[in-house]
Ligand binder design. Structure first.
Ligand code: F3S
Length: 639
């Protein structure tokens, strides 16, 4: 077996390990971060469990650590109280970035991890099968429910040789992105093998698995070997290490060969992580800002290297250099070794151990400014500056650009220092985590005014007599349904408040019509709900009383979200019927006659018949009839 099959076979509870087939796996660990964690926590609370059922669940605060107004601070208090009550470890704001902290303190070889953040696969650097998922999936995993996924294909990324000169681990994953594109890993696990693996330390491996998310991969995985044991020993948790490698002669669906010794410094150009070119080809491009940190490149070795390169030098006067260590462990090591002094004296600005500029929390570049970043994403506007030009590079390259003030050919940079290695022992920051209380059943939850418990949705009735409250054309996105923007997303833990914005940019009368009627059906065209996977685009309409959507077709993820929140997704049998329905028409939907994958007749205004069909499975229909997935799981927990 390959390593992926080995770990999955230890965890599979339903299904066969055949590529493309649905499997259910037991989850050992979960992680959440504050931006997604509040909703995951509300969903977990709604399940009615006494405590998490995982071996380890951790709640990190790293995204919204700049406290503007009361909402972020309230969120942090809420997350801390949920953690304390339900057996979750809490990592307070400023302790570090979730993935860096999880790698250092909790990730274990052979364990399964789901996290409500797309870069959860970072933990694959120590051989943990780690998957990024939606908040609801993470809440369910905390309640002990298996995680469902389509069995991925397994790609063998076979590494030979050793990195040379200025090439770094970041260049390995940038090289793969250039080769495979941002869609190249979809439905696949990238499993690293070959003699080149032993030349990479755990933090270097974690840089690669972290950015495997940009390939669209389900996850990325390194074996757990002697280098991994050394890392665990340095972290003071050698007892949590185990050796775990693929069998000799294991089979893979695809093989990609990379000779590490042939790689050179690379950069991903605006605005996609796969627009990769050699750094030398950008020579002459002025650099306004350099930002070093993020869950991709903020380990001790990364920042020690930065410190060595900046020693006795001065950052170019035209360039702003920002540095954010990934964790307080990294920061305390730099302090102890005097390695912060060169950064400070070179003119760098030190930021908190948090995500910071990666999501535009401070450190946005100037208008149309060029920013070279050691991060993983360079999508348009993500930096907080709509026309900012973000290039993704390694820490070594980032420092050289900050010193020169422009892109230059690495051939002119001289000889790089050897990559620093972790000392045999590093200071522990375990005492900074807040471990949950014992006998916590009666503890209360701290809920600011912006944190509202989820309501329990009613079951689907046998028959719906329901008015059409909105008629839409083709290609409606989740952005149309639930618009984003700082003012709106700040309300993500307050469903009644965020629901006021449903379709606000498409039809400003929709919310008041829904409130007056108490319930309604939406009629839509092709591909309803395409775009981002936003759960609130189903949750908020359901709060307003949307019971069914009748469309020509649905986007896959949104359709799943509709099912999860108990909204019936029906399709026209004859697409021309879409034109026959108008706002205010009353539809009689015989819900009790709906069978999985079947069709039935809906009566319009008591007379005209419209044929509708569905592509629901039996389980999905059960979920909708229960009033959504939370009700469905709650019932099974109670049973
Ligand atoms: Fe944070 Fe950016 Fe990573 S937002 S979790 S540093 S991708």
């Amino acid at each position: 077996m390959n390593l992926t099959q080995k770990i999955l076979s230890r965890h599979v509870v339903r299904g066969e390990l055949v590529a493309g087939k649905e499997i259910a796996i037991r989850i050992d660990q979960t992680l959440t971060q504050d931006a997604t964690g509040t909703m995951a926590s509300l969903q977990f609370e709604a399940l009615g469990c006494d405590a998490v059922k995982t071996e380890r669940s951790v709640s990190y605060v790293d995204h919204n650590t700049l406290q503007m107004g009361f909402r972020n601070a309230d969120d942090h208090r809420y997350l801390q109280s949920v953690a304390n009550k339900y057996g979750i470890v809490f990592s307070p704001p400023g302790t570090g970035i979730c993935h860096q902290l999880h790698l250092e303190n909790f990730a274990r070889p052979g364990r399964t991890l789901v996290g409500s953040d797309s870069h959860t696969p970072t933990a694959g650097g120590v051989g943990s099968l780690a998957i990024g998922a939606g908040g609801l999936s993470v809440a369910l995993a905390m309640a002990g429910e298996p995680y469902m996924l389509a069995m991925p294909k397994v790609v063998n990324v076979h590494l030979t040789g050793k990195l040379q000169g200025w090439a770094a681990a970041k260049d390995v994953i940038l090289h793969l992105l250039g080769l495979l594109t941002v869609k190249g890993g979809v439905g696949k696990v990238m499993e690293y093998t070959g003699p080149g693996v032993a030349t990479l330390s755990v933090p270097e491996r974690a840089t690669i698995t972290n950015m495997g998310a940009e390939l669209g991969a389900t996850t990325s995985l390194f074996p757990s070997d002697e280098r991994t044991r050394e890392f665990f020993a340095a972290m003071g948790r050698e007892d949590e290490w185990e050796a775990l490698v693929a069998d000799e002669g294991a089979e893979y669906d695809e093989v990609i060969e990379i000779d590490l010794s042939t790689l050179e410094p690379l950069a991903a150009c605006p605005h996609m992580p796969d627009r990769v070119v050699p750094v030398r080809e950008l020579a002459g491009l002025k650099v306004d800002q350099v930002a070093i940190g993020s869950c991709t490149n903020s380990s001790y070795a990364d920042l020690k290297m930065v410190s060595m390169l900046l020693k006795d030098k001065l950052v170019s006067t035209g360039t702003d250099l920002l540095i954010a260590p990934g964790s307080k462990q990294v920061l305390s090591m730099l302090v102890a070794e005097g390695a912060l002094t060169p950064l400070i004296l070179a003119g760098a600005r030190l930021l908190e151990c948090a995500c910071g500029p990666c999501i535009g929390m401070g450190g946005s570049p100037n208008s149309a400014g060029v920013s070279a970043r050691t991060f993983n994403r360079n999508f348009e506007g993500r930096s907080g500056t709509q026309d900012g030009q973000v290039y993704l590079v390694s820490p070594q390259t980032a420092v050289m650009l900050a010193l020169r003030g422009e892109f230059t050919d690495p051939a002119s940079w001289g000889t790089p220092p050897a990559l620093p290695q972790l000392p045999d022992e590093v200071p522990s920051i375990r005492h900074l985590f807040i471990f949950p209380a014992e006998n916590a059943k009666d503890l209360s939850i701290s809920r600011g005014p912006n944190i509202v418990p989820l309501e329990q949705f009613t079951k689907l009735p046998e028959q719906l007599e329901i008015a059409v409250q909105l008629v839409l054309e083709d290609d409606i996105t989740t952005d149309h349904i639930m618009p984003a923007g700082p003012q709106i997303t700040a309300l993500r833990s307050n469903v009644p408040a965020i629901s006021e914005y449903v379709f606000s940019r498409t039809d400003s009368g929709f919310v008041s019509r829904m409130k007056e009627a108490g319930q309604g059906v939406i009629v839509a065209g092709e591909n309803y709900g395409q775009g981002s996977s936003r759960e609130h685009a189903a949750l908020a309409p359901r709060h307003l009383g949307v019971k069914a959507v009748l469309a020509k077709s649905f986007a896959r993820i949104h359709r799943a979200n509709l099912v999860n929140f108990g909204i019936l997704p029906l399709m026209f049998e004859s697409k021309e019927d879409h034109a026959e329905i108008q706002l205010g028409d009353v539809l009689s939907i015989p819900c009790s006659q709906i069978v999985p994958g079947g069709s039935c007749s809906v009566l319009k205004n008591g007379s005209e018949q419209i044929k509708v069909m569905n592509d629901l499975t039996e389980k999905e229909l059960d979920i909708i009839q229960s009033g959504g997935l939370l009700n469905y799981v709650r019932q099974s927990i109670e049973r």
